[in-house]
Design a protein around this ligand. Structure first.
Ligand SMILES: NC(=O)c1ccc[n+]([C@@H]2O[C@H](COP(=O)([O-])OP(=O)(O)OC[C@H]3O[C@@H](n4cnc5c(N)ncnc54)[C@H](O)[C@@H]3O)[C@@H](O)[C@H]2O)c1
Ligand SMILES: O=c1ccn([C@@H]2O[C@H](COP(=O)(O)OP(=O)(O)O[C@H]3O[C@H](CO)[C@@H](O)[C@H](O)[C@H]3O)[C@@H](O)[C@H]2O)c(=O)[nH]1
Length: 327
């Protein structure tokens, strides 16, 4: 029996694959390499280059590899891109998730973990945001994920099927052992972009929006270390199997950092000051996204190890240096 990781060649997915392999758990990856890299996963992990919208291919993989659980990372995930290309986002994130969930049901896969996002909440009324806050996404990206959560909830009502919708806040950092990290080309993510700038690979950092209703006027996010996030998935898989129930949980630490605070952390880590330019807000960006994070800890026993912005930045930077030599 094996776990199928969709999007396993992407940033978070490749850390998940390593975490499963570190525990000797049979793992299979499907990825269309839209933004991921085949070299990011160990050569001995079965890898199928294909699309999660391809139902016939999924039927075959589920049968041949005796898939028992699916962790579904494959998606398009850049908030401003989703504003520019809503239909592309609904296709890749919602329509293709429907195809995958349908294949899971056909193939008798009973355990399903879905990568949802803080973007389902939009601008929250209460911060830190509890899981029962209303879902009011500001972007097609957030809406595409909220729709998939709804499909999972409805599916679990009528099939022998248990799911977790994990609402990740801002995932950052890299494998503490330096084996993998975020390799996304032209990444828009703040910490990665700032590390690239500090290493001289970008000319400057833009700060998108200085007039938000936040302490310093810049956007506030809850940055979670990618290794803590993938450990949470292992805890969640056990929880779903043991309790035969569903779970909706935020994945974050419950503490927010502003854009300016993050840039200061990157400057601290490198000792390099880099040019910073204030720019208008980006479309679809909320002012604040900070998780109420007790539910995940209380239900699954998840215990984060890397709740420290300096550790997150140090690991991201170490990977960026490695990647610079690789390319
Ligand atoms: N990075 C974050 O801060 C963050 C926060 C919240 C949620 N998420 C979610 O986590 C998941 C993983 O994000 P990531 O940062 O690793 O992104 P990523 O782009 O690095 O990884 C996504 C992977 O999925 C693959 N993929 C995309 N569409 C596919 C398709 N139709 N069929 C097969 N493979 C496909 C890509 O090639 C890539 O390898 C996504 O669902 C994203 O929405 C990410
Ligand atoms: O060059 C940059 C990049 C980002 N930002 C700001 O930094 C914050 C974080 O931005 P970014 O790293 O792009 O992440 P988000 O737009 O918050 O989205 C991430 O976090 C979401 C969950 O909160 C996920 O769903 C998305 O997939 C993931 O990309 C925001 O205020 C941005 O406006 C800048 O000011 N300059």
């Amino acid at each position: 029996m094996a776990t199928l990781v969709t999007g396993g060649c992407g940033y978070i997915g490749c850390h998940m694959v390593l975490a499963l392999r570190d525990r000797g758990l049979p793992t299979v990856v499907i990825d269309n390499l839209a933004t991921g890299f085949a070299w990011a996963i160990p050569a001995e992990v079965p890898f199928i280059q294909g699309d999660v919208g391809d139902g016939a291919l999924l039927d075959q993989i589920i049968r041949e590899h005796q898939i028992e659980a699916i962790i579904h990372f494959a998606a398009s995930s850049v908030v401003p891109d989703s504003v520019a290309d809503p239909l592309g986002y609904y296709l890749n994130n919602t329509v293709k998730s429907q195809a995958l969930i349908a294949a899971a049901v056909r193939g008798g896969v009973k355990t399903f973990v879905f990568s949802s996002t803080a973007a389902v909440y939009g601008n929250p009324e209460i911060v830190p945001i509890p899981e029962d806050a209303p879902l009011k996404p500001l972007s097609p990206y957030g809406a595409s994920k909220a729709m998939t959560e709804q499909m999972l909830a409805d599916t679990a009502k009528v099939h022998d099927f248990h799911y977790a919708a994990l609402r990740y806040f801002n995932v950052a950092g890299a494998d503490p052992q330096g084996r993998v990290g975020q390799s996304t080309l032209k990444a828009s993510h703040l910490i990665k972009a700032a590390c690239e700038t500090a290493l001289g690979q970008r000319e400057e950092m833009k700060v998108f929006g200085t007039d938000f209703d936040t302490p310093d006027g810049t956007g506030v996010r809850d940055y979670i270390h990618v290794s803590d996030l993938v450990e949470a998935h292992l805890d969640v898989l056990e929880y779903l199997r043991a309790n035969k129930t569903n779970l909706i949980a935020n994945c974050g630490y419950g503490r927010g950092f502003s854009v300016l605070e993050v840039l200061a952390a990157v400057e601290r880590a490198t000792g390099n000051k880099f040019p910073v330019r204030y720019a208008p807000r980006r479309a679809g960006d909320p002012a604040m996204a900070v998780a109420a994070s007790d539910h995940l800890r209380a239900t699954t026993g998840w215990t984060p190890r890397w709740n420290d912005i300096d550790a997150i930045v140090a690991h991201a930077l170490a990977w960026e240096r490695k990647l610079k030599d690789k390319r």
